[in-house]
Design a protein around this ligand. Structure first.
Ligand SMILES: [Zn+2]
Length: 450
């Protein structure tokens, strides 16, 4: 078995640097420290466990090849920002999950909660996940000299050694497996290496944090089997998006370290999507890692309040305008422009607020249990100063400025996640002789012993 420290020595320094001009220094920074940060940043293996560029690829036909004017990521900007490894979200929105009455309680005016008309008739979750995987694979096939889809520490190592970007896959929304352990195994076979047990909906086996009325009160019997099967297969169990009870149920049953692929801190921003200090300590004890999310609404509670007030009113008026004027008409364009002027986006949180999350997580969980999970291309707002992936060195700069050691910087930027991934692979090897877990319709919904 490889020793902990060996992960670092396995990797060549980030060869991606140098192919693009360095990120220009943002205004007001110390030039000497910026140079030191840039050098260290590009030497480190930088990992981001949550980016939603896959959604753009699939739904907008987005091409990662050229430098884009919008969004947060593309291949040139990934190189400039020194992002070596990214987990692309195989995101399945809750609307693809159609067989739960409980879900229909939500406001039908919110697009994210749009449901198939006939509950139970349409569950396109697995198909949607497959389409997402296909989108990423096609992108990698198109740019084989710049990126490769990776599914192991070994393949990441080989890809980085060739100076390419390593694109890994993680499912967002445990309903993607449609309650079937067989589908979980098929996704593993396709290279998916983590799965959030839920998204914003409860599913067949786990409760989400987004619905305050519990369905199972955490995991049910099938949920425990999902976690154990992920351990056996070598998939990281991701406890971002789950309810607090689900979180602790998953930690109680897992035999490998878990991750929060994109969650920030509740002590700084009160939001059920964020982790409490107790959760941070539990993850540290488990050997796992919390990857800090940049989403403005999860970083700054005040921003969340301001933007939800604005967006509700704006959304209603926007819907009215769309009803009144035909699609693509000049009248509609004018009406939407006026709405943008009347409801300007609220002021964004700053880099300092984001750093509070990262530094507090280091303080509470320890430097071995913190990383970065941006949510780039998945959220409408990121803090000022980290506007896109090219500005990742800013985090390195701020960590150094806060007095963190270079060793801690290396861990937070990537080594912690790689250590967890490597450990998860080892646990899978240890469990290789165990039989696969199977569905049992008679007992899957049964409550678990607590
Ligand atoms: Zn998410």
């Amino acid at each position: 078995m490889l020793k902990r420290a060996s992960v670092a020595s396995l990797f060549f320094s980030a060869l991606l640097a140098g192919q693009e001009p360095a990120t220009p220094m943002p205004q007001g920074l110390d030039p000497e420290l910026w140079q030191r940060a840039l050098k260290l940043h590009h030497e480190c293996v930088v990992v981001d466990t949550h980016t939603d560029t896959t959604g753009r690829i699939l739904d907008e036909g987005f091409d990662m090849g050229p430098r884009a004017k919008d969004g947060h990521m593309d291949l040139p900007r990934i190189r400039q920002g020194g992002l070596d490894v990214a987990f692309y979200s195989i995101y399945v929105a809750s609307r693809f999950y159609g067989d739960e009455q409980a879900l229909f309680r939500k406001d039908p005016g919110d697009d994210d909660w749009a449901r198939p008309q006939d509950a139970g008739a349409a569950n396109g979750s697995a198909r949607r996940a497959l389409a997402m995987i296909d989108g990423l694979v096609r992108t990698a096939d198109r740019y084989p000299d710049q990126m490769a889809v990776c599914d192991s520490i070994a393949s990441i190592r080989a890809t980085l050694a060739q100076g390419k970007h390593a694109a890994c896959m993680g499912i967002e929304g445990g309903h993607a497996i449609e309650g079937q352990l067989a589908l979980l195994r098929m996704f593993h076979l396709l290279g998916v290496r983590y799965m959030t047990l839920t998204h914003t909906n409860h599913n067949e086996y786990a409760d989400s944090c987004a619905d305050s009325v519990p369905r199972w009160g955490g995991l049910n019997t099938l949920g425990q089997k999902v976690v154990k099967e992920m351990n056996r297969l070598g998939m990281m169990v991701d406890v971002s998006h789950v309810s607090d009870r689900t979180f602790f149920d998953a930690l109680a049953v897992t035999r490998a370290p878990v991750i929060c692929s994109h969650s920030s801190l509740r002590a700084i921003c009160e939001h059920p999507r964020n982790v409490t200090d107790d959760m941070l300590r539990a993850i540290a004890k488990n050997g796992g890692v919390v990857m800090i999310n940049y989403n403005c609404g999860f970083v700054d509670a005040e921003y969340g309040k301001r933007s939800s007030q604005v967006s509700q009113t704006k959304r209603i008026q926007e819907r009215e305008a769309r009803r009144k004027f035909p699609d693509g008409s000049e009248d509609l364009a004018q009406a939407l422009k006026k709405l943008d002027e009347r409801f300007p986006a609220p002021e964004r949180p700053t880099m300092a607020t984001l750093m509070q999350h990262i530094l507090r997580a280091i303080e509470i969980a320890g430097p071995d249990h913190v990383g970065l999970g941006s949510d780039f291309d998945g959220v409408p707002c990121v803090p000022e100063g980290i506007d896109d992936v090219t500005l990742l060195p800013r985090i390195t700069y701020e960590l150094l400025k806060a007095g963190q050691s270079e060793e801690t910087v290396r861990k937070v930027l990537g080594q912690n996640l790689l250590r967890v991934f490597e450990r998860v692979e080892q646990v899978a090897r240890d469990l290789a002789a165990e039989p696969a877990w199977q569905n049992d319709p008679k007992t899957d919904s049964a409550p678990i012993a607590r």
